[in-house]
Design a protein around this ligand. Structure first.
Ligand SMILES: C[S@@+](CC[C@H](N)C(=O)[O-])C[C@H]1O[C@@H](n2cnc3c(N)ncnc32)[C@H](O)[C@@H]1O
Length: 205
């Protein structure tokens, strides 16, 4: 059944509908997880830009009642998982009050961001906004991640990818970009992945 807000257009969207996920983007997370082994039972996870909820649904399924998931989005999540290990907060990652509320449920083993600015049609503006959002996610993850934790952040590819990856290489054992197959071929998005956060005084830096 096609519900409000369900995407209908392509293979991944149809598969998502069939499997009960509100967005095709869940398959991007599955690919990221298969490649980088991001999620484990017992992890505390933060899902930034979580609506309409497909990543959160899959994370909760994978945690299987263990660990904890905090999700945040400007919009209502749209789905309402009833799980004791889950909390959704509607608000803006840039808002200090929202940051404080998310922090109260940390620290986290994994910070995921599929957050994207509303697109304007002006690619330069959209990529600038996306880079700013990724920087905000990385800044926030710096304070929220346990040592050894990992971060994934969606980026609209503009000129800033190299600089962001260089920055990540100072804080994570591995930092690289990865574009899952489930991304639309024409999309200019990629995911920046930082694995194993180093501690502030690490000799590995
Ligand atoms: C592509 S959607 C995420 C899809 C989601 N991962 C899923 O699987 O259902 C991007 C989301 O980022 C959210 N977003 C953008 N900027 C944000 C911000 N500053 N704080 C919180 N959420 C934000 C948008 O409201 C939007 O719902």
């Amino acid at each position: 059944m096609a519900g409000a807000g369900y995407e209908t257009s392509d293979f991944w969207a149809k598969k998502a509908r069939k499997e009960g996920y509100p967005a095709r983007s869940v398959y991007k997370l599955m690919e990221l997880d298969a490649k980088f082994r991001l999620l484990r039972k017992g992890f505390r996870v933060l899902d930034i830009g979580a609506a309409p909820g497909s990543w959160s649904m899959w994370i909760l399924k994978t945690l299987d009642g263990t660990g904890f998931l905090s999700s945040v989005d400007l919009q209502d999540l749209g789905v309402h998982p009833s799980a004791d290990n889950f909390h959704f907060l509607q608000g803006d990652l840039y808002d200090p009050a929202i940051r404080a509320e998310l922090a109260a449920r940390g620290p986290y083993d994994l910070v995921l961001s599929d957050a994207a600015p509303a697109t304007s049609g002006n690619r330069g503006l959209d990529t600038d906004r996306s880079e700013a959002l990724v920087e905000a996610v990385l800044d926030y993850a710096d304070g929220m991640l346990r040592q050894g934790g990992s971060v994934v952040a969606k980026l609209f590819i503009g000129g800033g990818q190299r600089e962001l990856l260089d920055r990540m290489k100072g804080s994570y054992r591995t930092a690289r970009a990865f574009k899952p197959e489930a991304c639309r071929t024409i999309s200019f998005e990629t995911y920046l992945v930082g694995l194993q956060r180093l501690d502030a005084g690490s000799a590995d830096r």
